[in-house]
Design a protein around this ligand. Structure first.
Ligand SMILES: [Zn+2]
Length: 578
């Protein structure tokens, strides 16, 4: 017997074997069993979701010799003929190639005659939106007064293009895309029945590649079987699809967690060498990050044991906020890929962005000792040209004098870091403009960024902030700084500054971290400010300068003379202080 492609061999022949589209099956079953049949159905949905398949099952249900039924026998002459595509009363027409009024007219002419072999004439018009306006009009007449023995099944991927007059005469069903889990499940049972050996990870790649279409999934599976010489193996499927293996994605995420740029580049280079596509890689990474975030918030939602085991390290290594940010970075990175100089550059830049935005010293959910930014500090050290700042990525807490060498060795061998304190590089420079308030760096306990102990006004004066970040910082008062955490309170009248742009806090955090050369986290609460914020002080100072300018003008003899001669007054609001 000739080899039959899986998509055809395994095409569902009854509602029972149909995978997915339960809502449609339920409605049609009810209509068939209760005898309340509509004369025209419209199936909408993307390609390969089962529009033609359901149409054929419906045609069998209407024409099976056992009577109109939701469970056609599949053995009678009508059922067999419809399955074999040779039933005279079941006509499939592709409107993409027969779109004119003549095609429609000849189809409708035949519709008036009674069925030849069955109970109903069933006309299936696929891609119905392609019909011309005249063809729609011709069909409309029949749809308005259909012969009792005619059923229309219209199918389209683009229901927007169908005239309302036609839509209103059809019972519409929206067929859904197949979720990857359903596809994997179906392929699994099918391969088991066929006795084809397979690796389940390979099926995940196929499901992803099929993008919700079961038909595409089956075609890909056929290719994979041919490609793998009778087996379905992950590596072969990856090669076939140009897909990126999960091991690559996990390695990338682990490299981000460890801020190990070298490891990250090694993975990217390996992908490049195998000509794996970077766009799908970013998509895969976004999926992985989504799954990790899901695992953090709703562990029970991830049921696959192997997947749970794979996700657990990521769920521990990253805190939930960062995974949200990482997801955005990766999704945007994929959007920006066409704009990048080349795909490799676009991909690695996105990965570097993940490392750059990773909050330093973030412990993650499980409190695991995540390394705290060696890559970033080294990068910064190189930029600053400061040799002494990069001697050891991990320094002992100030006061401890022994183990820097040991710590550095550990880091070099890239083993999991021991739970060290957040490293304390010497402050780059003290703020030093307000000697009364900002304590000199000598006053160093185990704290970092001593300058931040000082007055918020003074700290801000040393930062070059712009735009929204400056607005935000200026409208805050400092509540305290302890253990790398700067706590600010935003005046409640300015709460929109935080709500409008969720990235401003992170940007302020990044600015402070860059300015002081050590990790600074920023927590902002909204409330009534007790002290004067920089913005308020600026406003007061501005008002004072303005008053002084007005007063000075009023004292000016020239101005006085003009006012006297012309009976003029001084428009105070127009005065600008210099
Ligand atoms: Zn039958």
């Amino acid at each position: 017997m000739a080899y039959q492609v899986l998509a055809r061999k395994w095409r569902p022949r009854s509602f029972d074997t149909l995978v997915g589209q339960e809502h449609v099956v339920r409605a049609l079953t009810h209509a068939l069993t209760s005898g309340r049949l509509h004369h025209a159905y419209l199936f909408t949905g993307t390609r390969g979701v089962g529009k033609t398949t359901i149409s054929r099952i419906l045609a069998k249900s209407l024409n099976c010799v056992t009577g109109v039924t939701a469970k056609p026998c599949g053995e009678c002459e009508a059922c067999l003929a419809i399955d074999a595509d040779r039933f005279p009363d079941y006509v499939e027409m592709d409107a993409a190639s027969n779109r004119g009024v003549d095609d429609m007219a000849s189809l409708l002419d035949k519709a008036v005659y009674a069925p030849v072999a069955g109970r109903y004439k069933v006309y299936m018009i696929d891609e119905v939106h392609m019909l011309t306006g005249h063809a729609f009009n011709a069909m409309l007449k029949t749809l308005e007064e259909p012969p009792a023995h005619v059923k229309f099944i219209l199918a389209t991927t683009d229901p927007q293009k169908i005239p309302v007059t036609v839509l209103s005469r059809c019972l519409q069903f929206n067929l859904k895309q197949m979720p990857p889990d359903r596809i994997v499940g179906h392929l699994t049972s099918l391969l088991e029945a066929e006795g084809v050996p397979f690796e389940s990870q390979a099926l995940r790649h196929i499901a992803r590649g099929a993008e919700g279409s079961m038909r595409d999934a089956l075609s890909l599976l056929d290719q994979a079987i041919a490609h793998g010489g009778g087996r379905v193996e992950e590596s072969a499927v990856q090669d076939m699809l140009g897909a990126v293996g999960d091991e690559h994605l996990h390695a990338l995420l682990a490299a981000v967690a460890a801020e190990d740029v070298a490891a990250m580049l090694a993975v990217a280079d390996a992908m490049h060498a195998r000509s794996l596509a970077f766009g799908p890689a970013l998509q895969g990474l976004a999926t992985l990050i989504h799954r990790a975030a899901l695992f953090q918030f709703a562990p029970d939602a991830v049921t696959d044991e192997a997947e749970r085991a794979a996700l657990a390290p990521h769920a521990v290594a990253f805190d939930p906020e960062f995974l949200q940010l990482a997801y955005q970075i990766v999704v945007h990175g994929r959007d920006e890929l066409p704009l990048a100089p080349d795909e490799y550059a676009g991909f690695t830049m996105t990965m570097l962005r993940l490392v750059a935005f990773r909050p330093e010293g973030s412990p993650g959910l499980g409190g695991g000792p995540s390394s705290s930014g060696p890559a970033k500090r080294e990068a910064r050290g190189r930029l600053a040209g400061g040799g002494e700042r990069r001697v050891s990525p991990v320094q002992p807490p100030a006061g401890g004098s022994s183990a820097p060498a040991a710590a550095a060795t550990t880091r070099d061998s890239l083993e999991p870091a021991p739970p060290v304190e957040v490293p304390t590089p010497a402050p780059v420079s003290a703020v030093g403009t307000d000697d009364s308030r900002a304590p000199p760096p000598v006053n160093s306990g185990p704290k970092q960024a001593e300058p931040l102990d000082g007055d918020w006004h003074t700290v801000l004066a040393t930062l070059k902030l712009g735009g929204m970040v400056r607005q935000l910082a200026q409208n805050c008062e400092k509540l305290g700084f302890d253990d790398g955490l700067l706590r600010l309170r935003l005046a409640d009248s300015q709460a929109h500054l935080l709500a409008m742009n969720r990235g401003t806090r992170e940007k302020l955090q990044a600015e402070l971290t860059a300015r002081f050369g050590c990790p600074v986290r920023v927590a902002i609460e909204v409330g009534k400010v007790a002290s004067e914020t920089p913005a308020q002080r600026e406003a007061v100072e501005h008002a004072a300068r303005h008053q002084a300018a007005v007063a000075a003008l009023a004292q000016d003899p020239f101005v006085q003379e003009i006012m006297e001669r012309l009976d003029a007054t001084l428009e105070e609001a127009s005065v600008r202080s210099l």
